[in-house]
Design a protein around this ligand. Structure first.
Ligand code: DX5
Ligand code: ZN
Length: 213
């Protein structure tokens, strides 16, 4: 069964508590915090204080998707304010990034933009908690799903199996009841959904449709 991870980027922040509770009641499995710094992506979202507020609202896993230029500098603040897992971008990493992040003692996942070579992360797969393949170019919610992502899921799945690992593959961006079935069939384990959930009038129906139940 795929996991449904709710991206709060496009939720109604004037009713954040209600939105978190409604999403949890609708059956989401985790929350996805889209952190943007205006440098790595041309947008700015929210930081550790919002993470702390959300931590107080739910016991579901909180995964911080750091779309920021300096993950090692800020990841500790997200860990301290309640993030259970940190997802950094390989595009801003060097050989020290993962070791430094692993010192936080939390699961660390890596994220790849749609045009980043999958091979770039093959050597570090054994140390990762998950791989997040972007199905849009990062920075904004509500974008159109990039269908080529489906081939990337399949290729990455084969490499994970070749290395005899069992780490989940997540996809993020443009995932909704229409695009989810192909993503599930391609082997995605975690589907990150923002707009399709929070812009809908029936959260539970969206969760069921995306999970295929
Ligand atoms: C984009 C973010 C996505 C996004 C969710 O940079 O990483 O998580 O907000 O996308 P939608 O709204 O398309 O589900
Ligand atoms: Zn994201």
């Amino acid at each position: 069964m795929v996991q449904f991870s709710a991206s709060i980027l496009n939720c109604d922040f004037t009713r954040l508590g209600e939105e978190i509770r409604a999403a949890e009641q609708a059956g989401v499995d985790a929350f996805h915090l889209d952190v943007m710094d205006g440098h790595f992506v041309p947008n700015i979202s929210f930081g550790p204080p919002v993470t702390a507020h959300i931590r107080g609202l739910t016991s579901l896993p909180l995964r911080a998707h750091l779309m920021i230029a300096d993950p090692c500098k800020y990841a500790p603040r997200f860990a301290e304010t309640g993030a259970d897992e940190i997802l950094y971008h390989i595009e801003v990493a060097d050989e020290d990034t993962l070791p430094v992040l692993l010192e936080l003692g939390k699961p660390i996942g890596v994220t790849l933009n749609p045009d980043t070579m999958l091979e770039s992360i093959y050597p570090i797969l054994p140390r990762l908690s998950q791989v997040l393949l972007m199905s849009v170019y990062p920075g904004f919610g509500g974008q159109k799903f990039i269908p080529e992502t489906l081939f990337r899921i399949d290729t990455l799945k084969r490499e994970i199996e070749r290395q005899k690992l069992s780490i989940p593959i997540a996809i993020d961006g443009g995932v909704n009841p229409e695009t989810a079935p192909a993503a599930r069939d391609a082997g995605a384990d975690i589907l990150i959904v923002g707009s399709a959930l929070f812009k809908s009038s029936d959260y539970a129906a969206v969760v069921r449709a995306v999970k295929g139940v």
